[in-house]
Design a protein around this ligand. Sequence first.
Ligand code: UDX
Length: 432
Amino acid sequence: MKIAVIGTGYVGLVTGTCLAETGNEVLCIDIDKNKVKQMQEGVVPIYEPHLDVLFERNIKANRLKFSTSLEEGLEHGDIIFLALPTPEDEDGSADLKYILGVADEIGKLIKDYKVIVDKSTVPVGTSDKVKEAISKNAKVDFDVVSNPEFLREGFAVDDFLKPERIVVGSSSDRATKLMEKLYKPYVRSGNPIIVMDEKSAELTKYASNAFLAAKITFMNEIANFCEKVGADVDKVRIGMGTDSRIGKRFLFPGIGYGGSCFPKDVKALHKSGLENNYNFKILDAVINVNARQKLVLIPKIENHFNNNLEGKNIAIWGLAFKPETDDIREAPSLYMIDALLEAGCNITAFDPEAMPNVKRKLGNKIQFADSMYDALKDADALVISTEWSIFRTPDFSKIKSLMASPTIFDGRNLYDVNDVKNEGFKYVSIGR
Ligand code: UDX
């Protein structure tokens, strides 16, 4: 099938590349000329495992192309995916200016029937607004469909190619049939394509992300409480997770959720509630508890150093908001770094992928190390903020020989408490 993807951010790029992978002819459109030029030369602008291989293969096969011309995209595609940014407004709601701006243009440019697909995470009712914006100028028939993505960073290619479910919000049989044809190769395993009205599809995305954010936040509170009463959150987590109604996943406590989706989506749903005369009290609590959780290690560190952090050398392992990504949006590490710098610490950090992004943001406020061990030279404490696999089985005697004092504050519960203590470390983790 012939597809255009408008917007080559994270979602657009993964969508376009993975749609080309099953034989569709995909044209990706972006207004950023440099980025388009780069992509035409085969350079993937983001780090996402496996994406580079698919990208190269499909460009070579002539199924994946790039352009800056929206007009060209609309001529090429029968299905037009909108994967445009929906940044957080000052008041927490999602800003629709990019989506509605493009919708306006689409109305002026389309010459025959198109299915316009909202792929971005958008508030309930956006598909109506997109329809309205296109209708203002359109002289031909078109349909607007809501098709939220459920891609996890670091696993986006796999999530796209083998989705647990595909949600299609559509009130047009013609559009639904096209969407089912497009997605059929991805659900051979028997996973469902769930068709519903547009508003329910839009809400499904927000409800899923907000639920997962609440699940994590609930466990973070249980972990904090475990510390008060001397229970072990790892045991509680396993005890709870074996109940199939609860499930084992997303029960890992830590230093709060971050990233481009959960923080933004929870706030946007809360705001959307208020706009519709509904106060989501549970989301208010999730937002506040998560903000507190990002800094949960700080009082523990202060306590260890008798409230005097001035001049202390702190090593940080992990800057990305989670492993397998270079994304630092809403990363707990940045909140901790701010607090530690404020208190007078010297910070040396290592992250396998995210250091360039942090360097752009913080300049020389902190030092960056070439390896995880280099970060530890003369450190008074190590703080772990991302659970990258390479941090999971370190050489503890090497760590000890490098550090000024063998002290680890682990925001991701990577190690067995007794093992690390037996190695001679002071070890502080979450809820254990
Ligand atoms: C999320 C959703 O999973 C995905 O479906 C949606 O489309 C986009 O948002 P992503 O933000 O890439 O994906 O990351 P995810 O792996 O879901 O983790 C989100 C955050 O929760 C991270 O900060 C992670 O560290 C945290 N987390 C996750 C926990 O603290 N504990 C857990 O048990 C799981």
